[in-house]
Write a protein that binds this ligand. Sequence first.
Ligand code: B4P
Length: 191
Amino acid sequence: MLNIVLFGPPGAGKGTQSQKLIKEYNLMHLSTGDILREEIEKQTPLGIEAKSYIDRGELVPDQMVVGMIGQALDQYRNVSGFVFDGFPRTTVQANRLDAMLKEKGESINLMMSLEVDHNELVNRLVNRGKESNRTDDQDVSIIRNRINIYNERTKIVIDFYKAQNKYRAVKGMGSIDEVFHGLCDAVEAYK
Ligand code: B4P
């Protein structure tokens, strides 16, 4: 299997690039953001609780997202690998992901982190907010809060994968295709 963590701050292009990676390498896309938005749409108890965090730009509690990913790993068997998009976002989540994969005799192969300037992140999310109805993209102060939380709580996950020699920094500035080429280069170098 090829198991990839696609990492980066909000608006770095994780969702955008995941779509391209799963096609190129025939992988299954697991986005905690997408799963949470589906739960909100269906108004499940999990979705209702998650919405209060997402609307403020906060992280949803670890046990909720870990449970969701655990269920998805059980559901999708016989796949050639996963792209984990937006997960793990804390060191607790990273540890739990390693443990869940280990139970299945699997592990993360590569963690690719998209590097994008702060102003570009804000611009992309403000623009997406104009076109989508995503509540967390509507307000610049919420967008800045998400980026701050990334810097305070999520960025440290890089160290977790660095220690396992799985971390690769990839340029996230430039066109969507240019960024994708950078990601493919990192995957090919790994292979
Ligand atoms: P996510 O759904 O993961 O969203 P994101 O980080 O905001 O965006 P992403 O990086 O995927 O951006 P995209 O490609 O779409 O999380 C939403 C919320 O859910 C979180 O804030 C949190 O509350 C919660 N959550 C999710 N996972 C969690 C977890 N594990 N633990 C706790 N809480 C969790 O790109 C953004 C925009 O930029 C798009 O409009 C796109 O078109 C554009 N774009 C992309 N690449 C571009 C490029 N190269 N040039 C120009 N524009 C580009």
